[in-house]
Design a binder for this molecule. Structure first.
Ligand code: FAD
Length: 405
């Protein structure tokens, strides 16, 4: 028997489950498909190696959909300062929340905690079926409009509107013929949680090495989550080191800024790429999050952009429902694409520019970027502008991400 839904979201990661939560109050009959079993998403397991720097806009979205209190009750780590510096020169920049009149810059949160809190909200909605584990295997257009979807266990579903929230390798995107542009950086990000002899001071630290940035992000238990972007060869070598050797290499690469590394947990590595879908929408179809765009993690913006996609698409769909319009029409879905594409492309370009600028070892370029960092640091108004944008306090934000006066 084929089950019919108004809307199916493929991918119950942070972005797909946020969209489901945002639409949970409507009359739409929704299915959220998540390929990974729920047992792997429990936050009472060992802390997740993957964390996200969550900005104020994303936090407001979590609060608006009712998931923030649960996240905060599990584990969230505020950061109030950010210090960035160039390993090859004298340039540095310091963002201080107090100087821009804010209590903090953002939060470091384990991906699994975010996903779990959102899925808990989804489970409470009477209009959403959470199918998990459920792997989307095939998509075929129906005559007229809509899609027939087959899961890997043979179940068949039908929907008017299909949302691809299934990550960078999106099957929805591939099966519906949407191409992407982009490139691999030939880099991997090595991640792990470590303890340092000096306290992290609720500060996000980032040192730009010639091979890529190395970030130390504050965790609730005093440890730091590290994201070390580097060449494929060095990343593989770092994973192969024993704990003592790794701790030494890490402390050296970080210039002992937080002292010695005294505790090293498990490590993992992720390939880095830039990717952008040629279209975010088709009739009856929309892509959100990493399915639509993948950005270098150096400024921790990927999921923040994806959550804005989710909040924007939810707003566009709800406005269409109010106006009595078809939510799967290209006219309606294009409003979402127009709203989000330029913002996402701008962020992809800026992050790619930073990546190239800091990877360049030509002496004049090194000198200019160090001077530029110091100039930006000394110019309060420019620094303020950069910080407020990265925090999600400015820009054309959807309702769910706006400050409530
Ligand atoms: C090292 C690293 C550090 C990062 N740090 C930050 C940061 O600090 N801040 C930030 O904003 N961003 C950061 N990012 C980016 C961020 O992790 C991604 O942007 C984010 O995970 C995208 O979320 P998503 O829900 O779109 O996709 P995903 O997280 O990839 O989730 C996709 C979901 O879909 C499911 N799925 C996939 N295929 C199917 C299928 N066929 N059927 C059903 N389900 C399926 C998967 O199981 C998964 O749950 C970082 C990325 C990396 C690599």
């Amino acid at each position: 028997m084929k089950i019919c839904y108004d809307l199916i979201i493929a991918g119950g990661g942070m972005v797909g489950s946020a969209l489901a939560c945002a639409l949970g109050g409507t009359d739409l009959h929704i299915a959220l498909l998540e390929g990974a079993p729920l047992e792997r998403i429990r936050p009472d397991l060992e802390p997740d190696l993957r964390v996200s720097a969550i900005n104020r806009a994303s936090q407001r979205i979590f609060a608006a959909v009712g998931a923030w209190d649960s996240m905060a009750a599990w584990r969230v780590s505020p950061f109030r300062d950010m210090r960035v510096w160039d390993a090859t020169g004298f340039g540095h920049i310091h963002f201080d929340s107090a100087a821009i009149g804010e209590p903090l810059l953002g939060w470091i949160i384990e991906n699994r905690v975010i996903q779990y809190a959102l899925l808990e909200q989804v489970r409470q909605s009477p209009t959403i079926d959470l199918l998990c584990p459920a792997v989307l295997d095939a998509v075929e257009p129906l005559e007229g409009n809509g899609w027939q979807i087959r899961l890997n266990d043979g179940r068949e579903l039908i929907t008017d509107l299909l949302i691809g929230a299934d990550g960078a390798q999106s099957k929805v995107r591939q099966l519906t013929g949407i191409d992407t542009s982009g490139w691999n950086y030939n880099q991997k990000a090595v991640v792990g949680n470590v303890r340092t002899t000096e306290p992290h001071q609720e500060t996000a630290w980032q040192r730009f090495l010639p091979t890529g940035p190395l970030a130390f992000l504050p965790l609730h238990d005093g440890r730091c989550s590290i994201v070390w972007s580097t060449t494929m060869e060095q990343a593989d070598a770092l994973l192969a080191l024993d704990e003592t050797e790794f701790a030494q290499s890490l402390a050296e690469a970080f210039d002992q800024r937080l002292g010695a590394i005294i505790d090293v947990g498990p490590r993992d590595a992720f390939l880095l790429r830039l990717q952008h879908a040629h279209a975010y929408v088709k009739p009856g179809l929309a892509l959100i999050g990493d399915a639509a765009h993948v950005v270098h993690p150096l400024a921790g913006q990927g999921v923040n952009l994806g959550l804005l996609d989710a909040a924007t698409l939810a707003e566009v769909i709800m406005n269409a429902l109010t106006a009595g319009q078809k939510i799967n029409s290209l006219k309606v879905l294009r409003r979402y694409e127009r709203w989000r594409k330029s913002d996402n492309l701008l962020m992809l370009g800026v992050m790619d520019g930073f990546k190239r600028l800091f990877g360049n070892s030509l002496p004049p370029v090194r000198l200019l970027r160090n001077l530029g960092l110091n100039l930006a640091n000394a110019t309060g108004s420019l620094k303020n502008l950069i910080a407020r944008r990265a925090m999600g306090l400015t820009g054309d934000l959807p309702q769910l991400a706006r400050v409530i006066d």
